[in-house]
Ligand binder design. Structure first.
Ligand SMILES: [Fe+2]
Ligand SMILES: [Fe+2]
Length: 194
């Protein structure tokens, strides 16, 4: 899909605030791709499209999970977790997005997972640090991402904060998020396989 078409798609569907967030995520992902030698085109496209399904009706999202036999654990979660995996299906099936890295980056942008591809990492981080985000301590994460030279350490810090936040609110943590946290914890001495 061409960038202009992707922008038009989200502009027509999403509220202005979310549309602008999506553009900032794409810009941030491109910036990170530049620093970490990633694929800017893939990062930009996935960044633009990642939240396309953010406000879809929950019932129709569950239907997509069932029809496409996605991870059935998704059925125990709400749209915050579902909108990524559902969006990847919609982009593939309805809009002909075929690039696997772009689809994975859309699918896993909220939860992360173990062994992410470069584009997944870029979009996952960009979604957390785009300039509109004002989470407490965000500057530390931005510094990690932009100045400390490690996507993986940045992912670990983001996952850790996300998990701590969810636990403090008694919100269940999706399995892939725990997988992500453990995998990118380099202070754990187990040998990583990539
Ligand atoms: Fe999202
Ligand atoms: Fe987002």
């Amino acid at each position: 899909m061409k960038i202009e078409k992707a922008k038009k798609l989200i502009e027509d569907k999403l509220p202005e605030k979310r549309y602008k967030h999506s553009l900032r995520v794409a810009e941030t992902a491109v910036k990170l791709a530049d620093i970490y030698d990633g694929d800017k085109d893939k990062a930009e496209l996935a960044g633009i499209l990642h939240d396309y399904c953010k406000y879809d009706d929950l019932g129709s999202m569950y239907q997509i999970v069932r029809q496409h036999e996605l991870n059935s654990d998704l059925l125990s979660y709400g749209s915050e977790i579902l909108h990524g995996p559902v969006c990847a299906v919609i982009m593939k099936e309805q809009y002909g997005v075929s690039d696997e890295e772009v689809l994975l980056a859309i699918e896993n942008h909220t939860t992360g997972r173990a062994q992410m591809t470069k584009t997944e990492k870029l979009v996952f981080i960009a979604d957390y640090i785009e300039p509109g985000r004002q989470t407490p301590g965000i500057e530390e994460i931005r510094d990690l991402a932009y100045n400390q030279g490690s996507l993986d350490n940045t992912i670990y810090e983001i996952s850790k904060r996300t998990v701590l936040h969810l636990i403090s609110k008694d919100i269940n943590v999706f399995d892939a998020t725990i997988g992500c946290l453990n995998y990118y914890n380099y202070s754990d001495q187990r040998v990583k396989d990539d």
